[in-house]
Design a protein around this ligand. Structure first.
Ligand code: C2E
Ligand code: MG
Ligand code: MG
Length: 604
């Protein structure tokens, strides 16, 4: 479409006025045309090139393309069809013809030309010059602008790290599939790398990024050409499988899990990774109006359910998963209100000091006095509190109520130690030491009357953080206990370095201690020995029979707690229970004898 010569043919630009300045006007028009930076031609109504400018000539000279011949006298319309193809060329011709006939005011359109050096983009702008229908057409090279726009559009739809389609693109692609009327099944697999935080924390973020890149490459290699793999963000990937039902997706999920069979080479080390996968299936043209957001949310629920079941699992979405979440959201809403409106109550379970047979402490255990469902145990709401960021206000409430109660008992001549349970999330938040100090200051309870309990699993999750906070608590005079010991798999090495004063032996071990020869008995003996070696006193949890009480005392436990001694009870009942117990104890020397420590066992 570029002429090879700047030429005015015999029918030059018709001057706009017919007087003596006619010649001057034509010269001026040619000069104006020539000054235009874009390749420009003037056409007669039949598309014959009347005039071209020097930019056109220069462009044609550099283009060196047989299709392009726009010299004076040449048929521009034929050239346009030849260079741009039937569809685009035809559109250019029709538009310019309509313009020439005065049926439209102007023409503006973009088109591309394939050159040996690559695709070039042009912006074509045409205006009618006069009543005779002559038309001036400019062709501006907009390749740089189009390429920049395309690059930014690509970036907006792709993830920087892996170059895979990003969250926005995945949403669009899934929505497009859902809107197809063919009702073919589509499946979304959401894959999340297990324990990826550990990779980042232990090997650094750069190595973490490298791991993500390697996972992306492996996933892309296993994805069928008709499917799409993308990255949602973080360590989450999505595979959109077209024409694939749940059974097919399960096979694909296994294939994706197998990309983790081979170890990853990261930062000079070899690391094994696994992933959990959530799967959800829908159909194109679904009359219920399912959207990408719905499918991704359901896949996410299935993925979390897979994670909860253990690493490297796959779970297919089912509506019960959504119901369970809705239920949790309801519980969380109610619990928030319960904390604010005083529906929480504490029950206290007596702790027996075995060498003396005296109850010198209690464990505070939270309950929720639910307006409709009655008294709820902590198992019904603590996990929800942890998940929905309610555990900090809950722990602060328990600390406040328990220390106030213990201070009140002490004030009325009942100096009991009180133990309070604290969740892993509170330890991670790092507010524990301040919260404890706040509760002690507000209640006036001396620090050595308070024990903070943290489970073995909590401690094992981050032993360094636990050790630092335990040390700070103990410096302030507060005792620390490791709860449920024997229920997790923490290494003994970790335990040695934890500054705790009491080791609570889990009731699963105590419950199995039927006689002196049982395995549980041997385990308890070993734990008691370990506790002593670490300077801790052992407490037997869940003592339900007189045999267990005698045995744990004989094995050297300092404290015992369990239904055999007493169930957890409200504060006012505890006072009468203690009174009654003292009265019985005074009368019943046999029972006291059964609580006495055997001479061979040393306790402190
Ligand atoms: P835990 O701290 O190990 O508390 C002991 C649990 O065992 C209590 O259950 C208690 O009622 C029960 N128990 C005591 N003796 C026996 C026995 O002889 N046999 C049996 N089978 N069970 C016995 P509860 O009150 O339902 O509490 C369960 C768990 O909830 C607690 O275990 C603790 O981990 C958590 N929890 C309780 N209160 C709080 C709290 O205020 N904050 C936090 N974060 N967790 C709490
Ligand atoms: Mg406890
Ligand atoms: Mg326990």
């Amino acid at each position: 479409m570029y002429s090879k010569h700047l030429t005015a043919v015999s029918s030059p630009l018709r001057p706009c006025c017919h007087n003596g300045s006619e010649g001057n006007s034509a010269v001026l028009s040619e000069a104006v045309l020539d000054a235009l930076p874009s390749p420009t031609v003037v056409l007669d109504p039949d598309g014959k090139v009347l005039l071209t400018n020097s930019a056109w000539e220069a462009a044609v000279a550099t283009v060196d393309d047989d299709r392009i011949d726009g010299g004076a006298g040449v048929d521009y319309f034929t050239t346009a069809r030849r260079a741009c193809g039937k569809a685009v060329g035809g559109k250019i011709v029709d538009s310019i013809r309509a313009l020439s006939r005065g049926e439209r005011a102007s023409v503006a359109m973009d088109y591309s030309l394939e050159h040996p050096a690559g695709t070039h983009w042009y912006h074509l702008q045409a205006s009618r010059l006069d009543q005779a229908g002559q038309v001036v057409v400019t062709h501006t090279d907009v390749t740089d602008r189009v390429q920049a726009e395309r690059a930014s559009a690509w970036q907006a739809r792709h993830d920087d790290l892996t170059e895979l389609p990003n969250r926005a693109a995945l949403h669009e692609l899934i929505d497009a599939e859902l809107q197809r009327p063919d009702r073919l099944p589509i499946t979304v697999l959401l894959l999340d790398v297990d324990g990826f935080k550990d990779v980042n924390d232990s090997l650094g973020h750069e190595v973490g990024d490298e791991a993500i890149r390697q996972v992306a490459v492996r996933l892309a290699a296993r994805t069928r050409s008709e499917d799409t793999v993308g990255r949602l963000g973080g360590d989450e990937f999505v595979v959109l499988c077209r024409d694939c039902d749940t059974a097919g997706a399960e096979v694909l999920a296994q294939r994706f899990q197998s990309i983790f069979d081979e170890p990853f080479h990261l930062g000079g080390r070899t690391a094994r990774l696994t992933a959990s996968i959530g799967v959800v299936t829908s159909r194109g043209g679904d009359p219920s109006g399912t959207r990408a957001t719905d499918l991704l949310r359901d896949a996410d629920l299935a993925m979390y359910a897979a994670k909860r079941a253990g690493r490297s699992r796959m779970r297919v979405f089912s509506p019960e998963l959504r119901d369970a979440v809705q239920q949790k959201v309801l519980v969380a809403g109610g619990l928030r209100e319960a904390i604010e409106t005083g529906q929480l109550v504490l029950h206290y379970q007596p702790i027996l000091h075995l060498p003396t047979g005296r109850v010198d402490g209690v464990e505070a255990l939270v309950r929720w006095q639910h307006p409709e469902r009655g008294l709820l145990p902590p198992g019904d709401f603590i996990a929800v509190a942890e998940e929905y960021e309610l555990i900090d206000p809950l722990t602060r409430w328990v600390l406040g109520a328990a220390t106030r109660q213990a201070a009140e008992w002490a004030g009325s001549g009942l100096p009991l130690l009180v133990a309070v349970n604290v969740s892993a999330t509170t330890l991670a938040a790092g507010t524990l030491v301040d919260d404890v100090a706040g509760a002690l200051a507000a209640s006036g309870l001396p620090p050595d009357r308070l024990i903070i309990e943290l489970t073995e699993t909590t401690v094992a999750e981050d032993p360094e953080r636990a050790a630092a906070q335990f040390a700070a608590l103990r410096i302030s005079g507060v005792e620390v206990a490791i709860d449920d010991f024997g229920s997790g798999f923490s290494s003994l090495g970790q335990l040695v370095n934890i500054p705790a004063g009491v080791l609570k032996i889990d009731r699963s071990l105590v419950g199995g201690a039927a006689d002196r020869r049982s395995q549980s008995t041997a385990a308890i003996a070993a734990v008691v020995a370990l506790a002593k070696a670490c300077g801790m006193r052992a407490l037997a949890e869940g003592v339900e029979t007189v045999e267990q009480l005698t045995l744990t005392a004989t094995l050297g436990c300092t404290f015992a707690q369990g239904y055999y001694i007493a169930h957890p009870m409200p504060a006012d009942e505890l006072r009468s229970w203690l009174r009654e117990r003292t009265a019985i104890g005074n009368r019943d020397s046999d029972r006291r004898a059964s609580l006495a420590v055997s001479p061979s066992a040393t306790t402190h």
